[in-house]
Ligand binder design. Structure first.
Ligand code: SF4
Length: 492
């Protein structure tokens, strides 16, 4: 069936796109078995375009489906654990957690059981189908690879308090697009599920469940006031909430730490289990061909524990690899045409669905991003990831945090024809995309412009730890125009 929630497809609610029907498979916590990977590869080949995309909530998408996935195949996927047992709740946003849950050497608590419990709770409570499809939750275990600053309606993040492990409760309030705010509430691990259930119940009590447009939790929290909302949550709980005297705001990691934090999962890393390693594999724009999916599934079975982790940064981890096999696995990853280096330009390249997958897009964001990466690969060598984000319109679905470079798709009228192009934004400041640097750059002009910007950055930065965003923040726009050329494309 096609989705009534046009922007939120699920396995049972496929949506139409320019290149065919799109089906999204929720992978709670991003953890997927080799067997499930092989099943998806088969479906992608038999029904779709022969590839799958990892999304920024660690879902999987199969695209270019011509005739729809029939009931028998849906049942098969359900039996494989790839669709909710209860189809009416399958469209609810995927549950996010750190891709290194349970293997992170510094985490305070393994969040995988919390993901499983909440997923079970959703499946067992069909009334939750009336939640906004965007009702989103993340569990953060307090490790190195954190996810609590990602955009979610609710974030529950582990902290140490008086020598005990608690979870801080964060809710999305105030301005849209901001990380959730600390409510000053500390939850014992056993209190998380009842509190989440109560938060969902208060939502249902106040929203019009027959309306086609469901309110976002943020809208309801802002309308009711978060104190009133929490008061109603407390009335539904059989225990009192513990309040903390301090609050800890979530701020996205500064660009200078992005190489150390945001993309630190790429490459080879020791796990908390002695002698075992995980390898973060770069997926160009989250895409994997079906033969690559099968190849990675085989590696996970042969060398690891038979499961893979999809990340909210649209990459993937192979886990539980004994030290003596790490070199072999590296070679086999390369043999599949994939890479595991954080300095690969594709490791921090992000693009929304673009014109082929979204009617709102002005440009072929994915095609352009891959073409740009191909151009830059042989011309610019990076020591740290530079986050380049292509967005087809101002909604910025693919990335909500700041990028080093944001490219916003626009149509450009020139010589009686319309061509695809971009406004170019740089750096990290209070504006949504960063500071506007150039307007109406055609895609034909873009690769040389970005190359020039990166080359100037490499020569002029203060030191090798200064990110591209920090570098541009030190200059006024007019100075950047001077630095980046004498560039004839400066049209502001
Ligand atoms: S950012 Fe705009 S163009 Fe891109 S997927 Fe979202 S709505 Fe579509």
């Amino acid at each position: 069936m096609l989705s009534e929630f046009a922007t939120c497809p699920g396995l049972f609610y496929a949506t139409s796109a320019q290149d065919g029907i799109l089906s999204r498979i929720r992978i709670p916590g991003g953890i997927i078995s080799s067997q499930q990977c092989r099943a998806i590869a088969d479906i992608a080949e038999q029904h779709g375009g022969g590839y799958m995309d990892v999304t920024n909530r660690a879902n999987l998408q199969i695209r270019e489906i011509c005739t729809g996935i029939n009931a028998e195949v849906l049942k098969y996927l359900q039996d494989m654990g790839l669709g909710s047992r209860n189809p009416v709740v399958d469209h609810i946003r995927n549950i996010m957690t750190s891709p290194t849950a349970g293997i992170d050497p510094q985490e305070l608590i393994d969040t995988r059981p919390f993901v499983q419990s909440w997923d079970n709770y959703i499946a067992a409570h069909p009334a939750l189908s009336a939640l906004s499809a965007k009702f989103s939750i993340c569990f953060d275990g307090g490790g190195i690879i954190r996810v609590c600053d990602r955009l979610n309606d609710i974030a529950i993040a582990a902290v140490l308090f008086d020598g005990n492990i608690y979870f801080r409760l964060y809710l999305s309030v105030g301005e849209k697009g901001q990380p959730p705010s600390d409510m000053g509430i500390l939850l014992l691990p056993k209190e998380c599920l009842p509190v989440l259930a109560a938060l969902a119940d208060v939502y249902l009590a106040h929203s019009n469940t027959t309306s086609q447009r469901r309110l976002r939790l943020l809208e309801l929290l802002n309308t009711l006031g978060y104190e009133n909302y929490l008061q109603e949550v407390k009335q539904r709980l059989p225990f009192s909430l513990l309040y903390s005297e301090t609050r800890e705001d979530l701020t996205p990691q500064p660009p200078s730490l992005q190489g150390e934090g945001k993309y630190q999962h790429i490459g080879i890393h020791p796990q908390r289990q002695q002698g075992l390693f995980y390898i973060g594999v770069v997926l160009p724009l989250g895409r994997l061909e079906s033969k690559q999916i099968r190849g990675l599934a085989d590696l996970a079975t042969k060398y690891g524990s038979g499961s893979l982790r999809l990340t909210p940064w649209q990459n993937l981890l192979l886990t539980d690899i004994p030290q003596q096999w790490v070199g072999d696995v590296q070679n086999e990853i390369a043999f599949l045409g994939l890479d595991f280096s954080a300095t690969n330009i594709k490791s921090a390249l992000v693009a929304c669905s673009g014109i082929k997958g979204c009617a709102a897009s002005a440009t072929d964001t994915k095609g352009h991003a891959l073409a740009l990466a191909k151009y830059l690969e042989t011309r610019v060598t990076l020591e740290h990831p530079v986050n380049i984000h292509f967005s087809g319109c101002e909604k910025s679905c693919a990335q909500h945090s700041k990028s080093d470079i944001t490219l916003l798709g626009v149509s450009i009228e020139a010589d009686n024809e319309t061509v695809e192009g971009y406004h170019v934004y740089v750096g990290d400041n209070k504006q949504k995309f960063g500071r506007e640097l150039y307007k109406y750059v055609t895609f034909a002009e873009l690769p040389t412009l970005i190359e020039q910007m990166l080359q100037v950055y490499k020569i002029q930065r203060l030191n090798s730890n200064e990110s591209f965003g920090e570098f541009t923040n030190r200059y006024a726009i007019a100075q950047l125009h001077q630095l980046f050329n004498n560039n004839p494309k400066s049209k502001i």
